[in-house]
Design a protein around this ligand. Structure first.
Ligand code: ZN
Length: 535
């Protein structure tokens, strides 16, 4: 044997050996296919899907595509013999007749909708008449026994309209000991405030807008008050007051200054646990027409049944819906939602595909869920949680994602939901292996944790997380990453410009997929303990 031959032979032996070793180690991440991910996003954000809006032809195309993809990657139908779960919904579009009238200390004040007051009615009635409903100021509108807090002490709200401040006392006091300080708790979300007021029997609820506390401008509640909203039939309707909405800070100032209060005064008295709610010397009258449509949309899900404990499952979620065809911007009117939420659907499929390809089945089951109507208030995921495939007590964790922007590799893993469960330490372990670090959501005062599909799972007691690289680019650093994220939020997010881009750098999304894959594989092993909720 000559030298060339022998070195050739040793190369062959080494490569066979390394192939053998790597197949023994089975790093499943090497099966992640970027081409598959690109194809899924390109297809689902194509103009022919018309922006994937529930109740449209775009919905039919989207859910059929997802069902076929689930079947192709080896996931069985999750709902009996079907990949679809019908979600019965009511669509309500409200229109204020004329203006809202407020009488403060006998003086009439006219507020125009939706610019000075943004109100709608979630009641399934064609005409809603609110007449001289007493305004009651209830601080932040929070009942939180664990913080020793009750903004409604001893007050009767029947037939009255509650007026509250946005966010929670922690943000405005800037004291870490009050609620969670700067980080928003769920008590700070408008959804909580609306539910709480309804629970206590209020006829109406108005939130005073503030950009810092809300995390967005008045245009957001303004626009949503005049666009159609989806509610889960029977369930959501009972959870709301007849009148729901927001006041601009200027309108609130106009009303309360006539009674001797500035907004600063209202905030100052509301920052104390000893705050007592009070009836004002003001009433509101408003008349609203509702256009009501009953229809249903579909959640789509597939399941890979576990080999040992199939009645326990890890669930991976990525909403399929987006905004359809709408207001034209720079010549484009199709809201394709390539990043919101095409890239995340690709992430979910890829995790499923790789796990399904493994030689041995996972011990616990894996469910891939693509909820509908996330953009309308997490409607599909709330419905799934109330009607799950595997009981919620046996659903051991929910890994959700939303808006993964392919911008190359990231060092950080931004944890939206950091501190809520022991999933943190699990992510930490695998992140360190990949030379990455956990970053608690830097904008936690805007309550992002409460604004995507993992939240209904968390609310039902399932450890849940939304985790992705976002703010520390390996190639360009932190400042660049922050700026490019800001650019996405300001110029692309929820706009027709959210399109597929063939020049995207997928390396970071691939690493995020690998990380989630490792976490899921760990969680599906029945010898590993179930994660727990913290505090
Ligand atoms: Zn989204």
């Amino acid at each position: 044997m000559n030298r060339i031959c022998s070195s050739f032979a040793s190369v062959v032996i080494i490569s066979i050996l390394s192939l053998f070793i790597s197949s023994c180690k089975e790093n499943p991440a090497r099966y992640i296919s970027v081409d598959d991910m690109k194809r899924v996003v390109r297809d689902l954000s194509d103009d022919s899907f018309m922006g994937r809006k529930p109740f449209t032809e775009g919905e039919r195309l989207s859910v059929e595509y997802i069902a076929k993809e689930l079947s192709d990657i080896g996931f069985e139908p999750a709902f009996g013999d079907s990949y679809y779960q019908e979600v019965p919904m009511i669509q309500i579009t409200s229109k204020v007749n004329g203006s809202a009238k407020i009488i403060v200390k006998g003086e009439e004040l006219i507020l125009s909708a939706p610019d000075q007051i943004a109100v709608s009615s979630p009641s399934p009635e064609e005409n809603i008449e609110i007449k001289n409903s007493k305004l009651v100021f209830c601080g932040f509108g929070i009942v939180a026994p664990e913080y020793g807090w009750d903004d409604f002490k001893g007050i009767d709200l029947k037939g009255k309209t509650v007026v509250v401040l946005i966010n929670d006392p922690g943000l405005y006091s800037q004291e870490k000991s009050i609620f969670k300080g700067n980080e928003m708790t769920y008590y700070g979300r408008w959804t909580y405030k609306w539910e709480q007021a309804a629970k206590l029997g209020a006829e109406g609820i108005l939130i005073i807008h503030d950009e810092l506390g809300a995390g967005y401008g008045f245009n957001v509640p303004r626009n949503s008050s005049i666009t159609s909203r989806l509610f889960i039939d029977n369930r959501d309707i009972l959870k709301n007051s007849k009148l729901t909405g927001w006041l601009t800070a200027e309108s609130a100032t106009e009303i309360f200054s006539k009674m001797g209060y500035s907004l600063e005064d209202l905030r100052a008295i509301s920052l104390k646990a000893s705050f007592v709610p009070f009836e004002t010397d003001a009433v509101i009258s408003v008349n609203i027409d509702n256009h009501i449509e009953k229809n249903s949309s579909k959640n789509v899900a597939g399941i890979l049944r576990g080999g040992k404990t199939p009645d326990e499952a890890v669930i991976i979620t990525a909403h399929w819906d987006h905004f359809g065809v709408g207001e034209k911007q720079s010549g484009d009117s199709i809201y394709n939602g390539a990043v919101d939420n095409g890239t995340t659907m690709a992430w979910a499929f890829e995790i499923g595909r790789v796990i399904s390809k493994q030689r041995s089945k996972p011990d616990r089951s894996v469910i891939l869920l693509f909820p509908t109507a996330e953009e309308q208030g997490l409607t599909g995921s709330y419905y799934y949680v109330a009607n799950p495939v595997i009981p919620i007590e046996k659903t051991i964790a929910c890994l959700n994602n939303d808006m993964m922007v392919p911008r190359g590799k990231m060092r950080d893993i931004t944890m939206i939901g950091y501190g809520y469960s022991t999933l943190d330490s699990l992510y930490e372990k695998f992140a360190t292996d990949m030379d990455r670090y956990l970053l608690p959501d830097p904008s936690s005062h805007t309550g992002l944790f409460f604004r995507s599909d993992h939240f209904p799972f968390y609310k039902a007691g399932v450890p849940s997380i939304w985790a992705m690289g976002c703010f520390d680019s390996r190639e360009h650093g932190k400042e660049w990453a922050e700026q490019s994220w800001d650019y996405f939020i300001k110029s692309v997010y929820h706009r027709p410009s959210d399109n597929y881009n063939q020049n995207w750098d997928w390396a970071g999304v691939v690493e995020d997929t690998e990380l989630a894959l490792r976490v899921v594989l760990w969680l599906t092993s029945s010898t590993n303990p179930r994660p727990k909720l913290l505090n």
